[in-house]
Design a protein around this ligand. Structure first.
Ligand SMILES: Nc1nc2c(ncn2[C@@H]2O[C@H](COP(=O)(O)OP(=O)(O)O)[C@@H](O)[C@H]2O)c(=O)[nH]1
Ligand SMILES: [Mg+2]
Length: 323
């Protein structure tokens, strides 16, 4: 049984109800039922192959089968401690592309998790007394897989790419940076093992406030853990909440710490839910995601050149006699 659902492939606490699509979990006939699923239901699930992700909710692991069967999405791990601004960043990203903003050369072409995006972006879409409303705190559960948000993007040449961005509780990264083998670190370790690139959140608010010593220590710990087996994967450092001032010296201390262990792809971006002068903070949100896509494109092996007499016709051509 997965979490509190009697259906083996449903993780309602992590990703919403995926069998009945119930908004209120208590309405679901399978939720909270301790008895095992009826035999015929079980068979139905076993025979269904790759189920279409139809609810539009944030995806769980099982929904990924459908997406990854046809192509490899780019997985971006959104990492950092609790309240660092991760969910707000994701909600702002969605609001921007919903309005037509581009990520590099790519624009929005669809999503299997529109409900999931709308759930977090809803708060930013309504301002009361001109004050921004923020998304709810991502609940800390003992999930094994984070909430997964999906985007399909398309460029002018008609090339489609799929992105999956993780929305995980920050507490997971706290546990993970202390001990990767702890039961509470499983979800963060899943992100680390499966993501192609990472955004690491540095909270300008916490780093400049009364708890700054603790905030610096936590950030350094998470970054050390991330760098440990990073290989060629990119890490973008996100200075979140950049509408608030963070002393240059503090930033430099953190950069120096991260750069002390050299790794291949590192970049930094100042972002905020506020657009900033000439929209610079919002542009940085789009640029950070685009930078990861570009680095991953460079990392792909280019096809070897085949020496052929007729390069325009791969099927009929022969190797040149002189070679
Ligand atoms: N000033 C400012 N505050 C922010 C910004 N983004 C988030 N916050 C604050 O930080 C809190 C936590 O943000 P959230 O996105 O839930 O953080 P998460 O736990 O990392 O997902 C929010 O409730 C806001 O109060 C921002 O861009 N600027
Ligand atoms: Mg969150």
């Amino acid at each position: 049984m997965a979490g509190n659902c009697s259906q083996p492939k449903c993780y309602p606490e992590d990703s919403g109800c995926n069998i009945e699509g119930c908004i209120n979990l208590s309405d679901c006939k399978y939720y909270g039922k301790k008895d095992s699923p009826k035999k015929e239901d079980k068979q139905e699930l076993e025979n269904e192959g790759h189920r279409t992700s139809w609810t539009g909710n944030t995806m769980g692991l099982y929904d990924l089968n459908f997406l990854t069967a046809s192509r490899k999405p780019i997985f971006i791990g959104v990492t950092g401690v609790a309240s660092a601004g991760k969910t707000t960043f994701l909600a702002t990203l969605y609001c921007l592309i919903r309005q037509g903003a581009k990520i590099g050369e790519y624009s929005f072409a669809g999503s299997l998790t529109l409900n999931g995006w709308e759930d977090i972006a809803w708060y930013l879409s309504w301002k009361s007394n001109a004050e921004i409303q923020f998304p709810d705190h991502t609940t800390n559960n003992t999930g094994r897989v984070p909430g997964l948000l999906h985007l399909t993007l398309k460029n002018k040449a008609g090339k489609n790419i799929d992105l999956i961005l993780t929305d995980a509780p920050g507490e997971w990264f706290d546990h993970w940076s202390n001990n990767i083998n702890s039961e509470n670190a499983i979800g963060a370790q899943w992100i680390y093992e499966n993501c192609d690139g990472f955004l690491l959140f540095a909270d300008s608010d916490m780093l400049s406030g009364s708890q700054r010593g603790n905030a610096k220590r936590q950030l350094k710990q998470v970054s050390d853990r991330l760098i440990e087996s990073i290989n060629d994967r990119p890490i973008g450092l996100i200075w979140s909440k950049s509408d608030l001032e963070l002393p240059h010296q503090t930033k430099q201390q953190i950069i120096t710490h991260i750069e002390a262990t050299p790794f291949k792809h590192f970049n930094q971006f100042e972002t905020s839910v506020q657009e900033g002068a000439k929209g610079k903070f919002h542009k940085a949100i789009l640029e950070s995601v685009n930078w990861i896509i570009e680095v991953l494109n460079q990392n792909c092996n280019s096809l070897p050149k085949i020496s052929v007499a007729k390069p325009e016709d791969m099927f009929l051509s022969k190797r040149s006699i002189n070679e």
